[in-house]
Write a protein that binds this ligand. Structure first.
Ligand code: UDP
Length: 417
């Protein structure tokens, strides 16, 4: 495994942004858990929501008095083909999982588990890629280490055969954490906590950018800032439905010929399907000069994502499956009108018609886009309500509190199967 260097963050910087009682509770839990050693393990340090969360969470856990580490798996590229099929299978597709794939998966988890020599009080394993590491470390009855599986995906209707293969590994953990209780599949015998992810309001991706700076940045990518812009920020993945977003844009364009669309999608190192799908999206767009397809390869980093989200007239997240949807949180935090698919974690964030819109089809999505473009002033209040929802429920200190609470509850025996 490789240690990710997360640098330093200071909790007190967040005091004026989140509610006071939350900060008080974190202080108390930090005191209670002082010196505990925590390890987070996931598959990638770059791209996708989990890495995004850990970059902020890990240094804050250290700042409140624990010793926190983050390590990523060491694995050959073929391993990520296998685990991408896990991801698809757990989200409901039928997948093929031949014995060679099984052997590779187990071997990588075994080799990485063998590197766990440093003692930890809490080990948090994120998503299916490192899940089986638990199988290669002996169960210890006195819990010198508590093992937690943190599942970020919607596993409510998994491929049965795959799930039956993974279930015994999950059941070796002391607790499992899901974004929504609805995602917990049948047959789990470990205690479950429901904890939604969060965004970092002080990170370059979410800090306040002036309208002038946002305009300046998006103009560098060719956006005409005098014309409306629809935006979706997402990996190039069928579940994010970028082709559906292009359909939405085309319908909107029939009434608003000046509209532009930006599809901004990073290439995660653990997502081998992304490249092929990007090609499909480019082909589908067919050279339309008002559609901008950008990725981290075009130097779109955090500040540029921030600029696009701060500048866009409408932010879309037209997913057909979505564990949570950090891009929705990010869009709401920038007080922009957000339209999301009514799936997974998106309804947890958007109350339809109150703090954004939830949609079930490209036609409905296009209709909502037109409403926003026709009445931006009328949608300002809606966007502000969205931002306040994020302030209350989806900023990093809340996640920090929930994680610390889980650790304390495990130690105090308040969590049992
Ligand atoms: N992201 C990014 N650059 C991109 C595309 C996505 O930095 O080009 C970020 C995005 O801002 C968000 C995360 O990757 O923070 C994606 O998280 P989400 O929960 O929306 O989806 P996931 O990729 O985990 O399915």
């Amino acid at each position: 495994m490789h240690e990710v260097n997360v640098g330093r963050k200071v909790l007190s910087d967040y005091r004026s942004i989140v509610p006071k009682d939350l900060m008080a509770e974190i202080d108390e839990l930090g005191e209670r858990l002082k010196g505990r050693r925590v390890l987070h393990v996931n598959a990638t340090a770059f791209g996708g929501g989990v890495a995004e969360i850990l970059y902020t969470l890990v240094p804050l856990v250290s700042d409140v008095g624990l010793e926190a580490h983050w390590q990523i798996l060491t694995a050959p590229p073929e391993f990520f083909n296998v685990t991408k099929s896990f991801h698809n299978g757990l989200q409901g597709h039928e997948v093929d999982f031949p014995p060679e794939a099984r052997a590779l998966y187990e071997e990588v988890c075994r080799a990485n588990a063998a590197e766990l020599t440093h003692p930890y009080d809490f080990i948090v394993i994120h998503d299916p890629q490192p899940l089986a590491m638990r199988n290669f470390v002996a169960l210890d009855e006195d819990h010198s280490t508590w093992w937690i599986w943190r599942c970020h995906i919607d596993t409510s209707t998994p491929d049965r055969a795959l799930y039956e293969y993974l279930l015994p590994s999950i059941n070796r953990y002391d607790a499992a954490v899901y974004t929504l209780a609805d995602y917990v599949p049948e047959g789990l015998s470990v205690p479950v906590r429901e904890i939604a992810p969060t965004i970092d309001p002080l990170a370059p991706k979410n800090m306040q950018l002036s309208a002038e700076d946002a305009t300046y940045i998006v103009r560098q990518f060719g956006i005409d800032v005098t014309r409306p812009l629809l935006l979706q920020v997402s990996r190039f993945d069928p579940w994010k439905d970028p082709l559906g977003v292009v359909d939405v844009y085309r319908t909107v364009k029939a009434r608003h010929p000046d509209v532009q669309l930006a599809l901004v999608g990073s290439m995660a190192s653990d997502d081998p399907e992304g490249w092929d799908y990007l090609e499909r999206v480019i082909e589908y767009v067919g050279g339309d000069p008002d559609v901008f397809i950008l990725s981290n390869l075009d130097n779109v980093g955090s500040v540029e994502i921030n600029a696009f989200q701060s500048h866009a007239d409408v932010i879309l997240q037209k997913s057909t499956r979505e564990g949570f949807g950090l891009t929705v949180t990010e869009g709401l935090w920038k007080a922009r009108p957000v339209i999301g698919g009514a799936v997974g974690g998106i309804p947890l964030q958007i109350e339809d018609g109150v703090s954004g819109y939830l949609v079930h089809s490209a036609a409905e999505c296009a209709e909502r886009c037109l409403q926003v473009l026709d009445d931006p002033v009328g949608h300002r209040e809606m966007a502000l309500r969205g931002k306040e929802k994020v302030r209350r429920d989806f900023l990093t200190p809340r996640l920090l509190r929930d994680d610390l609470r889980l650790f304390a509850d495990l130690e105090d025996g308040r969590i049992r199967s």
